[in-house]
Design a protein around this ligand. Structure first.
Ligand SMILES: [Ca+2]
Ligand SMILES: [Ca+2]
Ligand SMILES: [Cu+2]
Length: 360
């Protein structure tokens, strides 16, 4: 659907926020991160003790969108989750070991793509089906916020190794989150690492870091108060990012304070794929049934009337392109759907795995 986004996207379609050019300040390292455990799959993980929590946002949260409502009680079992987003270095180790080729590195199969488009959509020329990805290309001036084509471009040759397209590379970004990975790319990595993607419920429970029903992963204070708390967008979206938090594009993972569970960048930096299908009406469905919700694995199918043909999976946490004027999804309850085959400059992931016996 990546190519489809570029060519057929309706003006007011999905609420995709932008992405930077990756020219932020030098790698600041991970201030409080722990080194990987010897003999373990890449990346340290944190054990999150299961429990019950309120998932979603109340009406009093002025930044909340309807898809986050109504708030409802959900119980999750204990699980492990990556302390940080998966980095370029970690993803490179996976590719090195397996020879995996991501979706953005493959030409687009029209036979597959057409099922995600309105029936009867004409086949674009071959040239338009060449391998590439969606790259944030900020305009030089203010543009209407109802048309994401104002700041997103299909760039042939853009992929995880070349985040801004041919000519760009990962030098100095080894510890930044990998981007331009699709849901199936992320799932393949997780399988290799002996993990899986988190469910949407696990993700939100982890993002809240033990704080009940708070609007932000750090509590109540606005993101702009005092020290930077997350890598989001400052200035005027999408044309002027003043980089006040230190990063106009992605930041090295762990550059901002961890949440209450010791997890980094659950707010901002890059969006993170979850295992679940995306349904805009999921929470209304659940609360309508009135049954206890325990370890929900997500709905059996996707549903979004604005994008009826896209097979969308859940993405969480917002990105360095989040700005309250446009998309405040850096809040733990923020959620949206993204076509499963779509990589973008601001979408990455982290992995989870179930807690075993003896994990407490
Ligand atoms: Ca930023
Ligand atoms: Ca994130
Ligand atoms: Cu956002």
């Amino acid at each position: 659907m990546m190519r489809a986004l570029a060519f057929f996207m309706a003006a007011a379609a999905a609420g995709f926020a932008g992405c930077g050019t990756g020219d932020g300040p030098e790698d600041a390292g991970r201030p409080a991160g722990r080194p990987p455990i010897e003999g373990q799959p890449p990346g340290p993980m944190v054990l999150v003790k299961g429990g019950a929590f309120t998932m979603g946002s109340p009406d009093t949260d002025k930044l909340a969108r309807n898809v986050e409502k109504p708030p409802h009680q959900v119980t999750v079992s204990s699980f492990w989750i990556d302390e940080t987003e998966v980095t370029n270095a970690q993803f490179a180790a996976f590719v090195e070991a397996t020879g995996y080729i991501t979706r953005a590195e493959r030409d687009i199969d029209w036979e597959e793509l057409k099922h995600q488009l309105p029936p009867g959509t004409p086949r674009p020329p071959d040239e338009s089906l060449r391998a590439g990805s969606m790259v944030f290309t900020p305009p030089g001036h203010a543009v209407p916020l109802d048309d994401i084509r104002g700041w997103w471009s299909w760039v042939v040759g853009a992929n995880w190794r070349h985040p801004e397209g041919p000519g760009s590379n990962l030098q100095g970004r080894e510890n930044h989150p990998v981007v331009h990975v699709s849901w199936d790319d992320a799932t393949a990595y997780a399988k290799w690492a002996g993990k899986r993607l988190p469910t949407e419920a696990e993700w939100e429970f982890a993002a809240r870091g033990g704080l009940a029903s708070k609007p932000f992963t750090w509590g109540d204070e606005p993101v702009s108060d005092g020290d930077p708390r997350a890598n989001i967008w400052q200035g005027d979206f999408p044309h002027r990012n003043n980089g006040a938090d230190g990063y106009a594009g992605t930041a090295p993972v762990g550059s901002f304070p961890a949440n209450g569970y010791g997890l980094y960048d659950m707010s901002g930096n890059v969006w993170e794929w979850c295992a679940d299908w995306w349904r805009v009406d999921l929470y209304r469905h659940r609360t309508g049934k009135g049954e206890p919700v325990v370890d929900p694995a997500g709905p059996p199918n996707y549903f979004d009337p604005r994008n009826p043909h896209e097979r969308q999976r859940v993405t969480r946490g917002g990105s360095f392109l989040c700005h309250d004027c446009y998309c405040a999804a850096y809040r733990p309850a923020g959620r949206r759907g993204t076509a499963f085959d779509t990589g973008m400059s601001h979408i990455g992931f982290r992995c989870a795995r179930p807690a075993g016996e003896g994990d407490g």
